[in-house]
Design a protein around this ligand. Sequence first.
Ligand code: NAD
Length: 360
Amino acid sequence: MHLNLLVLPGDGIGTEVTRQAVAVLRHVAAKWNHSLRITEGLLGGVAIHKTGTPLPPETERLAADADATLMGAVGLPEFDNVAPEKRPEKGLLGIRKLLGVYANLRPVRAYASQLDSSPLKNHLVEGTDMIIVRELTGGIYYGTPRGITENGAEVRAVNTMTYTRSEIERVARMAFSLAGSRRKKVTSVDKSNVLENSQLWRRVVTEVAREFPDIELDHILVDNCAMQLILNPRRFDVVLTENMFGDILSDEGAVLAGSIGMLPSASIGPKRPSGAWVGLYEPVHGSAPDIAGQNKANPLGAIGSVGAMLEYSFGLKKEASAVDAAIEAVLRSGRVTADLRPPGAPATTEEVGEAICAAV
Ligand code: NAD
């Protein structure tokens, strides 16, 4: 198969983990005789420095041409106090919108060998295996009106949470379809006791559920969900939620998995005529300025994102399973970065990447 992809390393540890993820992808491609075309583009703080904008038109063009996009992370502390429009993160929101990737899939698994790296008690996390499906291109991060207005001494800030029936339907269908190949349970998360937006969410999800009679559906309020994720994570199979709730809850998933550096994500859009999903793949973590440039970052989230790319964008299930199996083997070997608190000396980002290639 010919794999044509765009890589956007971004800022901070984004560049470090992406390098390892690409090395793993090259390894997989060589082993299974796939040809690779990799183009690199600018996104985030590095793009602002070089072009004045976080999502340059050239990157937009490259993303439209690629079959899949692999991203690192964006964000630099020097932009912390600038307006949202001018921040590196604007590039991230922009590319998600550009590609129309409306469903963000975040698998959260507690690997048996890593139970001790979670701050929770082993018996609570053991056996956790869920996937959070977060709506990605709607809700309060994109709704208008938005902005800050000043009126004399008073200042007012407004953000708007909006969803349409069709936006909810398509992400709900994605969640129910995924549940079909898992434990057949969808938990939809909302705040319908307070927000009209959530009332529509619950109504539409309930309607979509009728198309999937073999999938069980339950609803949970977001505040209770935050608690149940910690108290009883095994109760969840597919967790379906809107953009901001998903953003927040999936960081809780990091606690279950042991480190945010472990978590991959796949953002999926409409199907191409070829049958492949449009996909944007990235680790869940940010650019981690506190450890950037030190060869300390855990590359497994980025490497897991390559596995997801192989599966969802290219339909290469065997290759995707090989990446997952390599991650599991390396975790078992104890050759992991400092965030997973290994008993011996921690491995570097590069060493973990090399170990994964060897395991593949
Ligand atoms: P972060 O995810 O970058 O870091 C949070 C903590 O987790 C830090 O202590 C960091 O050292 C640690 N960490 C993160 N990834 C790790 C890894 N792979 N290995 C080991 N440890 C890891 O979140 P933050 O500190 O809130 O944000 C830093 C910057 O990243 C900000 O500019 C923020 O806007 C941006 N950000 C970007 C994305 C993205 O690009 N998708 C996501 C979140 C935050």
